[in-house]
Design a protein around this ligand. Structure first.
Ligand code: GDP
Ligand code: MG
Length: 299
């Protein structure tokens, strides 16, 4: 008698959580590659970033949702709407909280959002490398009392502990499904798109408090040299005001140079080749309030 073939399992999983709790870091850890940019500033993630984790007999497709928070500007409202609609489409939800301050305004909002969902929710208590075991147990108890969870996992997205265990638990809830993406594919984002994201990450990290939300990045050129030894990338950093442009450029171009150097190093790692990166800065008045412009930037 021949062995019955194992069924193939697949499903979509949304990463949800307040800004800065470590969603993007967790996604990168799960995928083993940088596909979602991270920074110490909240709201770095503006796009729904898709990544695929393959395991023997199946795959998990991840959506990195923007952080949920009280909507203020038009841009923020769009971000919240994106997160809402994501939750209704997925097979499981990873709710990430920060062990250093697990409960707050955002968590209360998320809890209420999840009330209407029947999707299994995994609570990921992240950054456990920063707190003691007692704190982790206390957080687990507090959250377990608030709603039922499929599982509660204590993880460190940055260092690794707990993440593989969480994925094993997740495999159990996946139903039979098709391989949505081919084996070798871990993200549907083009290298070109990722190049812009990396430049935006570096800009946001280096620019301090002054202009985090005013920065958007577009990629005008992405060409491999015919001999294959180098990729030439042209990007533009868009800001809203002349004063911001000066900050981005810095004294004698020093800031732009740092952004460029940091971004180039990451791009060379990502692409596995030498990179020639050209950076421009352009003032685009009030892009955040204009829908056509937001569409152009892909938000
Ligand atoms: P997101 O806004 O939820 O996507 O958060 P990010 O992934 O961008 O992470 C926000 C900040 O928290 C970054 O500075 C990360 O390096 C840091 N971080 C994320 N996970 C961990 C963790 O497990 N431990 C520690 N110590 N820091 C973390
Ligand atoms: Mg993020």
């Amino acid at each position: 008698m021949s062995k019955r073939p194992e069924i193939y399992k697949s499903g979509f999983i949304a990463l949800i959580g307040a800004p800065n709790v470590g969603k993007s870091t967790l996604l990168n850890r799960i995928l083993g590659q940088k596909v979602s940019i991270t920074s110490a500033k909240p709201q770095t993630t503006r796009n729904r970033i898709l990544g695929v984790r393959h395991f023997p007999g199946g795959q998990m497709v991840f959506l990195d949702t923007p952080g949920i928070h009280v909507a203020r500007s038009k841009l923020n409202r769009r971000l919240v709407t994106t997160a809402h609609s994501t939750l209704n489409e997925v097979d499981a939800v990873f709710w990430v909280v920060d062990a250093c301050h697990a409960w707050g305004e955002s968590e209360a909002l998320i809890l209420s959002l999840l009330e209407r969902l029947t999707t299994p929710v995994f609570l990921c208590v992240n950054k456990i490398d920063l707190v003691d075991a007692q704190t982790v147990s206390r957080i687990k108890e507090e959250f377990a009392a608030r709603r039922p969870f499929q599982a509660i996992a204590a993880v460190s997205a940055l260092r690794g502990p707990g993440v593989e265990g969480l994925l094993k638990e997740t495999e159990k809830v996946l139903a039979e499904g098709p391989p949505y993406f081919p084996q070798e594919m871990i993200t549907d984002l083009s290298e070109r798109f990722l190049a812009g994201e990396i430049v935006r990450e570096k800009a946001m990290r280096l620019l301090g408090e002054e202009i985090p939300y005013a920065v958007a990045v577009t990629v005008e050129g992405f060409k491999e040299k015919p001999d294959g030894g180098m990729v030439v990338i042209q990007t533009t950093i868009h800001v809203e005001r002349d004063s911001q442009k000066s900050i981005v450029i810095g004294k004698k171009g020093s800031m732009l140079k740092r952004i460029g150097t940091d971004a180039r190093k990451d791009l060379e790692k990502l692409l596995g080749t030498r990179v020639y990166l050209e950076l421009f800065v352009r003032v685009q008045d009030k892009w955040r309030q204009k829908d056509p412009l937001m569409d152009e930037f892909g938000y």
